[in-house]
Write a protein that binds this ligand. Structure first.
Ligand SMILES: [Zn+2]
Length: 417
């Protein structure tokens, strides 16, 4: 039987955890820490939802413009927390169905961001997450418009070309395949989720910062949702975290008061990479500065420390995890049967993902349990598959990407063994 142990590549480098300097001031002793997460939904500017095919505006990613300015270490160091650490940003990079007919492709925004800035992300301790607008080109009966409309189903219904479920899977698989990067954190476009989508998301991503929902108690800053009602705490595995958009002084104060009672708290807020590129009008910097002033005010008045954290770090820190365990999958490809196997330990969150390239398409499939409960498998249609990649994430957000590999070179390498 032909077998190949694929070369493993560990891709956890984008969310660097540094040792925090301990806060020793006596005024903070009795309280919990407020872990601050700044989310930026990273998109293109001025998208025309009524136009099928169009060019992208990627100006915000140009050197010297809004994103570049927000990646300045000098500016970051001007905003420090109670541990004298600088502001961190969790960038939720958008995949885009709307631009598919153009040459830009589904990964245009994420690809451009990473092409320009990926080398600066680990140095600043930032994190890369995934931002997904569940949409397609179709006639929406509610808005009575044909355009790139938001989809409200996740039931297998076909839209322009693919079903709602296939769309989400193809976006995630494209993000992972093209960027060789698995996102541990997620934000939903338009904050849209329903129970079917929530249950699917629970198989692939451990940290979900989409909650700015009226249906959820404002004080419930983090919870595991229910299978039957994503707005209610329940039996699912991922952590849903509240992230606010408005600079809400009363909410910020209430989170610091919660921590003052002795428990760790997450306070997340979000903005976009839109608008003026003039430094004084930079929306990312302006939002960070306004929130920072509130954090300093309530930290001082209530004696509660705050710590800038990434989306993954914040959840781990509330659980007392500062340095998550290293994570990888043991992957092998059985060329005689065209079957991929991935063995894991108990650290794996959800189900490993296989991203397959067929021509220009990237198709995603979740692996299935083998007879051995600790092994997953997936049969590939080797006559059609050009290349494939296996990826996964641990419960603490460490990520793993292996590949891409082609069935033929896997077989050829196997013969050489
Ligand atoms: Zn968005």
């Amino acid at each position: 039987m032909g077998r190949l142990i694929l070369v493993l590549s560990f891709a956890a480098g984008l969310a660097i955890t540094e040792s925090p300097r301990c806060d020793t001031s006596s005024q903070h002793k009795a309280s919990g820490v407020v872990y601050i997460v700044f989310c930026v939904d990273t998109e293109t500017d001025g998208f025309n939802y009524g136009r099928f095919s169009q060019s992208l505006n990627l100006n915000s990613f140009k050197k010297g413009n809004i994103v570049d300015q927000a990646l300045s270490s000098t500016w970051r160091d001007s905003l420090t927390d109670s541990f004298d650490e600088s502001l961190k940003i969790s960038w939720f990079l958008m995949t885009i169905e709307g631009y598919r007919p153009t040459s830009h492709g589904i990964n245009a925004v994420a690809g451009e961001f990473l092409r320009m800035f990926s080398d600066r992300i680990p140095k600043l301790g930032d994190e890369i997450g995934w931002h997904y607008h569940h949409s397609d080109w179709y006639h929406d009966s509610l808005s009575r418009k044909t355009g790139w409309n938001m989809i409200r189903t996740f039931s297998g219904r076909i839209y322009n070309r693919l079903s709602d479920r296939e769309l989400a899977m193809s976006h995630l698989a494209s993000f992972v395949y093209h960027n060789r990067l698995y996102p541990a954190s997620f934000r939903a476009g338009w904050l849209w989720e329903n129970n079917d989508f929530s249950n699917w998301l629970d198989s692939v991503i451990p940290f979900d910062y989409s909650n700015n929902w009226d249906a959820v108690d404002e004080q419930l800053f983090m919870y595991h949702p229910s299978t039957h009602d994503l707005f209610t705490p329940g039996d699912l595995s991922r952590s849903v975290v509240r992230a606010i958009d408005a600079v809400d002084s009363a909410y910020v104060r209430s989170m610091f008061e919660l921590a003052a009672a002795g428990r760790p708290v997450i306070l997340a807020y979000y903005t976009h990479n839109y608008g003026s590129t003039l430094p004084r009008n930079n929306a990312i910097k302006r939002t960070a500065r306004r929130f920072h002033e509130l954090f300093c005010r309530y930290s001082d008045s209530l004696g509660v420390p705050f710590q800038y954290s990434t989306a993954s770090e914040a959840v781990n820190r509330t659980r007392g995890i500062e340095m998550p365990s290293e994570y990888y999958l043991s992957v092998r490809y059985d060329s005689s049967s065209g079957t991929l196997y991935a063995a894991c330990d108990s650290l794996t969150f959800g189900v490993p993902l296989v991203c397959v390239r067929i021509g220009e398409e990237i198709v995603g499939s979740l692996m299935e349990h083998d007879t051995d409960a600790n092994v997953w498998r997936l049969r590939l249609d080797t006559a059609r598959v050009d290349s494939f990649l296996v990826a996964g994430v641990s419960k603490t957000g460490e990520t793993f990407v292996c590949g891409p590999c082609t069935p033929s070179n896997a077989t050829a390498q196997n013969r050489n063994r």
